[in-house]
Design a protein around this ligand. Structure first.
Ligand code: SF4
Length: 387
């Protein structure tokens, strides 16, 4: 008989499992609280469970933790873990402390099939989906290790926010994602607010609609370009779900969302998408003055401008601070709340789009991009290879 991983279950799933053992629902609540709130993995120490249940669980179930391959702590307090998920695959999880919150960036897949042009994970290709237990185990590890390390008082949480922005496209691993989100939100689990759990997607339109029904949390969309031609190159999924469909999905999502805006992420790439003209096109798109498909349809939003973290195979460069400031000024003048993301954990390669692994350009996107730019070859930027 295979051993059941309790981290694979949201509370409903655990209740069903407990029922299969002949136990009442309140036992599932106790067990869930032991595992997620107290970080306990040894059934013998779950002292308010009947001894007979503890013994049965010890033979049939486990709290399957992820093996830590490495941990790096940045001078700014950012922590990056590399977890072994078997079969030669590893995923990364990053904790970002700030004065008023602790944010955990969680991975949903080993590798990623979307292949965004500016993303080192995308350049690795796709290995496999993570299971619910492997997604939750990242939070379980970070919360309980940091709580012990920081000497948090009983009941005090270290992680207040989760962003599904690590490796992978979470909406291409939907079946595993939703129970993981429910565990994060559950008052008997991590008790996170829906407003503080964010799913970031490159634009899997049908799954945005399903998430609105099944588990609406805050939504972030990787936009990166204000027009389909360029976005086709930067985010290949755009060929399947172009901007008009994506923005309409965002509008449908908002009535059920915990926040009244969508966050758009925009990675600033020198000479590619960072000109003032691009900024004006972005404003037109988001305020409904753009293509005829979206005329008159604005999307309430905030914009995050992200400094690109160069890696050699990308053939792309980070926009200058002046270019980012000029771009931000155009968008802000149009009334769109815009932030320029601070880079965190630069010294441990924990910044966005800089997660794990060997970089292989399997996409040929640099050649296509060079053609778009008039056959001028793009030189690789001389930077360290991401570890
Ligand atoms: S940015 Fe996200 S969706 Fe795009 S390749 Fe990277 S991990 Fe995948």
């Amino acid at each position: 008989m295979s051993v059941v991983n309790l981290l694979d279950f949201d509370l409903e799933g655990l209740a069903a499992y407990c029922e299969s053992l002949g136990e009442k629902r309140f036992r599932a609540v106790q067990l869930f609280r032991w595992v997620h709130q107290r970080g306990e993995h040894d059934f013998e120490r779950m002292t308010d469970l009947a001894r007979s249940l503890r013994q049965r669980l010890a033979g049939a179930a486990e709290v399957a933790r992820l093996r830590v391959l490495s941990e790096h702590v940045s001078s700014d307090g950012t922590v990056k873990w590399l977890f072994d998920v078997g079969g030669g695959n590893a995923v990364e999880t990053v904790f970002i402390p700030e004065s008023d919150r602790g944010t955990l960036c969680v991975s949903s897949q080993a590798g990623c099939a979307v292949g965004c042009r500016f993303c080192s994970t995308g350049h690795q290709g796709f290995s496999r989906n993570l299971g619910t237990g492997e997604i939750v185990a990242q939070l379980w590890h970070a919360e309980h290790v940091l709580r012990a390390r920081l000497g948090a008082a009983a009941g005090e949480r270290v992680i207040s926010n989760v962003v599904m922005m690590g490796m992978g496209e979470p909406l291409q691993n939907y079946a595993a994602l939703v129970p993981a989100l429910r565990t994060m939100l559950d008052d008997h689990g991590y008790g996170l607010s829906r407003r503080r759990v964010t799913v970031s997607t490159s634009g899997v339109v049908p799954m945005i609609d399903r998430l609105a029904q099944d588990c609406p949390v805050a939504l972030a969309v990787s936009l990166h370009a204000p027009e389909d031609g360029l976005r086709d190159e930067l985010v290949p999924l755009n060929r399947k779900y172009p901007l008009a469909e994506l923005l309409q999905a965002c509008r449908r999502y908002l009535p059920r969302a915990p926040r009244d805006f969508v966050t758009f992420e925009y990675c600033m790439l020198e000479g590619v998408n960072d000109s003032p003209a691009m900024a004006h096109r972005l404003v037109a798109l988001l305020q409904g003055h753009g293509s005829s498909d979206l005329q008159g349809l604005s999307v309430p939003c905030k914009l995050n401008l992200i400094p690109f973290n160069p890696f050699p195979a990308s053939g792309l460069k980070r926009s200058s601070p002046e270019a980012v400031a000029r771009f931000a000024a155009v968008v802000q003048a149009a009334g769109i709340v815009t932030t320029i993301r601070k880079t965190r954990g630069d010294d441990i390669d924990a910044a966005c789009g800089q997660l794990a692994g060997e970089v292989l350009d399997r996409t040929g996107a640099d050649l296509r991009m060079a053609r778009r730019r008039g056959s001028i070859p793009i030189q690789a930027v001389g930077v360290e290879v991401p570890r």
